[in-house]
Write a protein that binds this ligand. Structure first.
Ligand code: GRG
Length: 304
């Protein structure tokens, strides 16, 4: 059983993460061949093979294995969630959204390929994600659940809702945007796809209803954890670093957890979320839960 002890993780996460990321990268490379229309596929590959931590696909694979499934059955789903994530980054970076020049340390997709190709490649990644997901070898019933979960995480119950609220709160006085709005934005922009990634992994892995819901609650903590840490990191970046990487988000001084709660309270919040995340894994085989415990630690302690 998973203990709630901070120091019990003798699991070496770095090589685990490297191996999983390599297996996802190989699968993504195969899933998006350089065929006609060439410029669209080039842009899709440019955006998705540009690096990235692969947190969502790793979460998907680890959740599948947590409930006793085999990694290979969740690889198409893991690729699908990374395709959706990349699509959202391409769109988020567009001049009509965040207007970012850099992503994953490289010029953004629209900077390299132009806006129209960037928009089309984002749409193509969205469509391919669902096409590719259906290649997973699972029962039709589980596949329908996975498809529904993924779709829900993208539209007006997920990414789009978060982005819409984020855009409409832009330029507002900070006193008018409170913790509730901040949480809504994060739960939808960041949390929804992380949650879907884990839940889809558990569904494909053959998890019971109860197991899938535990995984969902774990992933919700991870989603919030991810964002609070992001805000702490943003707040501690030097102005030189910000100039190199920031879109108008940071420049406009958007609302963050440290601004609302203070830095110390935000760090306490990180600790509480990490603890709560681990509690949701109680009852699972402790060896199989180790990668997820370590993933929560990685998200809490990351520096980029
Ligand atoms: C157009 C249907 C449709 C959906 C997109 C633009 C948009 C709607 C939503 C924006 C979503 C967004 C960009 C959220 C930010 C998520 C986030 C925390 C990104 C950074 O994730 P990391 O750190 O990045 O995992 P890497 O590069 O490591 O993958």
């Amino acid at each position: 059983q998973v203990e709630n002890n901070e120091d019990d993780s003798e699991f070496d996460f770095k090589p685990y993460m490297k191996t999983k990321a390599e297996s996802i990268n190989r699968a993504l490379d195969k899933a998006i061949p350089l065929v006609e229309p060439l410029n669209i596929h080039k842009a899709m590959r440019y955006a998705i093979l540009a690096g990235g931590k692969r947190v969502r696909p790793i979460l998907c694979l680890a959740a599948c294995e947590l409930v006793g499934g085999e990694e290979r059955s969740a690889v198409p789903a893991a690729c699908a969630v990374e395709m959706i994530h990349t699509m959202s980054l391409i769109k988020d970076d567009l001049p009509c959204m965040d207007n970012d020049d850099l992503r994953r340390g490289k010029p953004t997709t629209h900077k390299v390929f132009g806006e129209s190709v960037a928009i089309l490649s984002g749409g193509a990644l969205l469509a391919l994600a669902f096409e590719h997901l259906t290649e997973a070898d699972v029962s039709p019933e589980r596949m329908v659940r996975a498809v529904k979960e993924l779709a829900k995480s993208i539209g007006t119950k997920g990414l789009v809702a978060g982005q819409a609220m984020d855009l409409s709160s832009e330029g507002l006085d900070q006193n008018d945007v409170g913790l509730k709005e901040l949480e809504f934005i994060h739960v939808h922009k960041t949390g929804s796809l992380l949650e879907a990634s884990a839940v889809i992994g558990a569904v494909i892995g053959g998890g019971s209803e109860e197991e899938v819901e535990k995984v969902r609650r774990f992933a919700r903590c991870i989603g919030l954890l991810f964002q609070v840490v992001d805000d702490i990191l943003d707040g501690t970046k030097s102005s030189e670093e910000l100039g190199k990487t920031a879109g108008k988000d940071q420049v406009a001084g958007k609302l963050t957890y440290p601004k609302v709660l203070g830095l110390e309270e935000s760090k306490e919040f990180v600790k509480r979320l990490k603890k709560e995340a681990r509690e949701h894994l109680k009852g699972f085989d402790s060896d199989k839960a180790k990668p997820l415990v370590a993933l929560a630690d990685f998200i809490a302690n990351r520096n980029n």
